[in-house]
Structure formats: C-alpha cells, structure tokens
Ligand binder design. Structure first.
Ligand code: FAD
Length: 615
C-alpha cells in the first residue's frame, strides 16, 4: 500500500492548485485524477480572470500558485476590464488557448517536486478512528494519507441535459463520479444539487467575420503573474454580434423544450450567469443581447459564443444561433448543455476548508457550491496549504477578509453558505479599496513566505520590488511643498496652509505623476513601474487610512475564537431565533458571528462577554 502526506482527488482547477500548494509546502502529494490528459481542462469558457476573478488569480500568483502562470503562457487576448474606472475595480482577464493552457498546467505539474500524478478513479474514502486516512481506487487498491482533498467539480452524480435528453456525465465526454458521491452522501448529509450550463461550440470557418465588429486585446497587455511582463504567444481579436427579435422568438416558442424550463432539472443555477432562455424571459423588454465570439485557440477553429448558454434541444440551438448576424451559415461542432451535480453545503467546513465533522477531509472548488475556475483554484490553494500543514504538523494557513479576496470568499462560504452557485464580485469585499489586483503581492507574498510556500525566484523578485517601491516612496515623501509653492509649480491645491509631500499631492485625483514630476526634477529618473504603483497607492491612501479603524475592529473580532460546540442555548438574553441561527452556523470567530444573518450588536456583546469570562 502506498503512503503519502496528502492526496488530492481531481485534476481540475481546484485540484491542480491544491496539489501544487501542498507540494510547495513540502508535503509528499499525490494528485489522483480520472485522466492525466485532463489536467487544466476548461469545462466551459476559454478565459481566465475578470472582475473579482482577476483579483483571485493575482492573489493565487502572490502565493506562488500556478493558475496565473499557466494563464499567462496560454493567453491569446489580454484585457484589463474597467480600465477607465479606478484601480480598485480593475480586473485582469485573458482569453486562453485551451490546448496551451492544458500543456502549461501539465508542464508545471511535471516540474513540481514532491508531486506525483496518479491516473485513477477514487471510489471510496479510507476511515480510521473517525478521521479520513486515505482513498480507495476503482481497482480496489488503496493509498493512505494523513489528509485528503476532494475537488470533484461537476462530477459528483453529474447529469447532463439537452432538451428532454439526459445522460450521466461529469462534463461532455467524461463519466460522472457516482460511487464516491454516494459515499459522501453517507458521510455528510448536507448535500444539495446545483446546475450550470454552457453554449454550443461553433465552427469559426462558417462564421462571416467580415460583417462583424472586432475587439482586439489591450495595446499594453497586463499579465496575471507578477513575474511576467508580456504575452508568450500571438494575440488575436474576438468578434462581437447580438441576438435579435427573431432569435428571441425562436427561444420563446421552444421554452418548454428547454431542460431548465421544462422541469427536468431540480438544481439551482447562477442568476448572474443566465442562460439565453433565462435572459429572454427575465429581460423580456430587451430586444438584443451581446454575444462575444471567442476563438478557442491559435490552431483551433472552434469558437465559443459567450452569452448564449442553453439547454434547448439541438435543432432549436441551431435555429436560434443561425438567426444571429454573422452566424447565418454557422455549423455547430458541439451542442450546448446544462449539467446538474451534487455539492456540499460549505457551512459544514472550517475556514481551512476541512469538514468539521470529518477531520482529515478537505473540500475545494465547485463541490463547495462555487462556480468558476478562479474560485475553484483559490479554494484549492487554501485546502492545499492546510492539508499539508495538517499532515506535517504545522500551523494552519488562514486568510482574513481584511487582507484578501480569498479570505472574503472562504468567509462567505463557511459563514453564509450558498443559495446559488457562488461567484466572486468586487462588491463582496468591504475593504476593496485596499484589496486591489495591483497590490496582491504586497498583501500576500509575505504571508506565503512565512508559510513556506513561496519559491526562491519569487522571493528574489518580490524583495527587489519592495526595495524599489520603498526607495521611491521615501523620495516622494521627502519632497514637500507649501500650497503656494504647489500652485506656483502648476499643482492646484487648497490654500489651507498645509504642507504636502509629493506622495500626498498624488492623492488628488486631478494631479497625476507627470504633473508632480514636472514640479520636482528629482523624480525624472523614477522607473515607470514604480511611479505607476506609488500613484495608485497615493490615490487610495486617505480612504485606506479612514478604513483602518474598521479593519482593526474586524481583526480584533477575528481574534476572538469561539470554541467548537459553543453552547448558545446556555446564553441568557439571546433570543430563541438567534440561538438557533448561531447554533446552526457555528461561527468560529466573533467576526464570523457578526455576519450570521440577523446577528445584532447586542447579541455579539453577549457572546463576547461570555468569551471574556472563559479566558
Ligand atoms: P472540475 O474542473 O470539474 O474538475 C474536476 C476534476 O475531478 C476532473 O478532472 C475529474 O476528472 C476529477 N474527478 C472527479 N471525480 C473524480 C474521482 N472520483 N476520482 C478521480 N478524479 C475525479 N463556470 C463559470 O464560471 N461559468 C460558467 O458559465 C460555467 N459553465 C459551466 C458549464 C458546464 C457544462 C460545466 C461542466 C462547467 C461550467 N462551469 C462554469 C464551471 C467550471 O467548469 C468549474 O467552476 C470549474 O471547472 C471547477 O473546477 P473544479 O476544479 O472544482 O472542478
């Protein structure tokens, strides 16, 4: 029998990141997945990043993860979304060549020490003394480990739907995971069903590109990884087209034939990523919806029509797609479909993503009720670090809402659970002015270095960058002007008698670095990357200073840990309703208790008083 420190089940986005994270921590790690060739497969859209999601990818990179590096190597169109808005809500996004992404992930995995890929299906878990202690494979062989991470994605009891046809599957072309799903249902009762959908794939050679608007990538592409500067491969443009009244008419006339509308699916789908059927029904007053035509690779004719996912029968898909401008003669290479699958209520997990009632078993990715590659990978990272720490007897690695989107997501999941597939948005982060994509390394690389999961290349690059930023900031802070002097040098500020440093002058939205540099010849030599980063920091410095008290209050509350099994029934003064809610949610900290639906300041004061007494 083989023995490892950590076993990761599933080689999707959560699994790959979890396995790498665990191996980087020094744990002997096995990644067991149904097909070795499927490492890095994108089940749905060929793109990484976006608003909120791009922040997650940058944070993964700051902790030396792999998604960012694979996405840079496979990126065929980079765009910084919300470029014209403030840096806090800008999200890096790249369209990826599917094949290059898979290849990059496979190469990175082969090069990672302490990590072995095992091609097999896991059908059962090995239990020992109330703990998970390994896995059992379909051929009956066993692998033992101190910790197991399940990242089975959409595969647990997966059922695919096209119209009224249904077939068991984890995604098109792949068998579902049924035996493991049954075992999990026996061990953890809090299991539900969710669904998601994907559009038909088109043959790009049958699209009339000549009549379509084309959208190129950015002229100055922004990479995901702090270690990369420019794209690795040729860049392409995408096409833009729209649905129209005829498209909507075809869909309306066939609504009852859609798996989602015909009552064939019980799972709940994502509201913010609606199918075309949903769009036509929910936004009935809209006469057109935008469709991005995204090539799936540099040497692949397949095109992904972003915005028209569906579970209508094939002939209806063909009819509505062909009613769209530029697609009149289009050939469908693969029908769109919906999929429903089992997920575990994430409130059953700790903030290390370990099941509270089944120590040794960690869950990450779509299995926890999220959707999206980036959300999956970020959870994989957390589970990977903690499974490794657990196995090696080291301290847990946890993330706070105050310092990362990863922390926001984990806290949302384990405190509030999900009522529909969970996706990251910038609006979920209360401290988003501080949690920017541009400063993910400054926020998290030190944490990664302390945890021992950051390699030498990144350590060197990070330390050098911090030294350059430190020197730049010191220079900006040393150059000071009175308001009168500022005005004389063309910088318009209030004549309030306050002296301001060059750094403080950059906090005025209308004063940019070029203007400050014109006022101070000493700044002429400052490298562009340093001046750009310090300008972003200066812009938000005042807001972040004002938020400091809120951040400190939340950190204080996070330090008040609530012991496992805390008895809310024994708290006099707490309403029956709240006793029930706290009892079910089992918040781990006072901060989490504050986010339980209906929690009042008075209830928190009661809990705090009780915690103080126990100290
Ligand atoms: P997956 O990428 O699904 O990977 C799971 C892995 O586990 C696979 O490699 C599988 O082989 C392996 N595995 C499963 N069971 C076992 C077992 N018992 N033993 C060994 N290996 C096992 N996301 C969006 O953001 N937007 C969308 O519109 C969207 N639409 C989607 C439509 C469809 C049809 C599908 C299938 C997915 C869609 N997704 C969408 C979701 C996206 O694909 C997932 O969020 C993401 O892939 C989740 O990553 P994961 O690592 O959790 O799981």
């Amino acid at each position: 029998m083989k023995h490892l420190d950590v076993i990761v089940v599933g080689g999707g986005h959560a699994g790959a990141e979890a396995a790498h994270a665990s191996a980087r921590m020094g744990a002997q790690t096995g990644l067991v997945t149904m097909r070795r060739a499927d490492l890095g497969v994108m089940s749905c859209n060929p793109a990484i990043g976006g608003l909120g999601k791009g922040h997650l990818v940058r944070e993964i990179d700051a902790l030396d993860g792999v998604m960012s590096r694979a996405a840079d190597r496979a990126g065929i169109q980079f765009r910084l979304l919300n470029r014209r808005k403030g840096p806090a809500v800008q999200g890096p996004r790249a369209q990826a060549d599917r094949k290059l992404y898979r290849e990059a992930m496979t190469e990175l995995t082969a090069a990672q020490p302490n990590l072995a890929v095992i091609e097999a299906e896991v059908t059962d878990l090995r239990l020992e003394a109330g703990r998970v202690a390994g896995v059992i494979l379909a051929d009956g062989s066993e692998i033992t480990a101190k910790a197991v991470i399940l990242t089975a994605g959409t595969f647990l009891n997966g059922v695919m739907h096209i119209g009224d046809q249904r077939a068991a599957g984890g995604r098109v072309g792949d068998a579902p995971s049924v035996r493991l799903a049954q075992r999990l249902r026996d061990l953890e009762p809090r299991i539900g069903r969710l669904k998601t959908g994907t559009p038909p794939r088109l043959d790009g050679r049958t699209i009339d590109w000549s009549i379509l608007e084309m959208q190129p990538g950015d002229e100055d592409p922004v990479m995901f990884s702090f270690l990369n500067r420019r794209p690795f491969v040729r860049q392409i443009a995408c096409g833009i087209t729209h649905t129209n009244e005829s498209t909507h008419e075809v869909i309306r006339a066939n609504l009852q034939r859609s798996a989602m509308y015909g009552g064939h699916i019980e799972g709940v789908g994502p509201r913010y990523c609606p199918s075309i059927e949903d769009k036509v029904v929910r936004f009935a007053d809209k006469s057109a919806h935008q469709v991005f035509l995204e090539p799936e690779g540099l040497d692949d004719h397949t095109v992904y029509p972003n915005g028209i996912s569906t579970s209508l029968p094939f002939e209806v898909q063909e009819a509505y797609v062909r009613s769209i401008r530029g697609l009149e003669q289009v050939k469908i290479l693969q029908a769109g479909y919906a999929i429903e699958y089992d997920f575990v209520d994430p409130r059953a997990l700790s903030n290390r993503l370990e099941l509270r009632d089944l120590p040794g078993l960690f869950l990450a990715g779509q299995i926890n009720g999220t959707t999206g590659y980036e959300e999956a990978a970020a959870q994989g990272l957390v589970a990977g670090f903690n499974a490794a720490s657990n196995s090696l007897g080291r301290a847990p690695v946890t993330f706070s809402r105050t310092e990362s989107y990863i922390g926001v997501m984990i806290d949302d999941l384990v405190t509030r659970g999900v009522s529909e597939p969970y996706r990251m948005f910038t609006s979920r982060a209360e401290f988003r002015l501080a949690l920017r994509a541009d400063n993910a390394d400054q926020r998290l690389t030190p944490l990664g270095l302390a945890a021992g999961c950051v390699g030498e290349e990144r350590r060197g690059a990070f330390e050098e960058k911090m030294a350059r930023l430190g020197a730049g900031r010191a220079l900006l802070e040393s150059l000071v002007l009175t308001p009168k002097q500022a005005n004389e040098r063309g910088l318009r500020v209030n004549q309030d008698g306050t002296k301001r440093s060059a750094f403080e002058l950059l906090a005025f939205p209308e004063i940019d670095f070029a203007a400050v540099s014109a006022a101070f010849p000493e700044l002429a030599e400052m490298p562009e990357d340093v001046s750009e980063q310090l300008s972003r920091e200066a812009l938000y410095a005042n807001y972040i200073e004002r938020q400091k008290l809120d951040v400190e209050a939340m950190r204080r509350d996070e330090h008040w840990e609530i012991p496992e099994g805390f008895d809310y029934e024994a708290l006099p003064g707490l309403s029956k309703e709240l006793r029930g809610k706290f009892g079910r949610a089992q918040p781990r900290t006072l901060a989490q208790a504050g986010r339980v639906d209906g929690a009042t300041p008075a209830a928190l004061a009661l809990i705090l008083a009780h915690l103080r007494q126990r100290k």
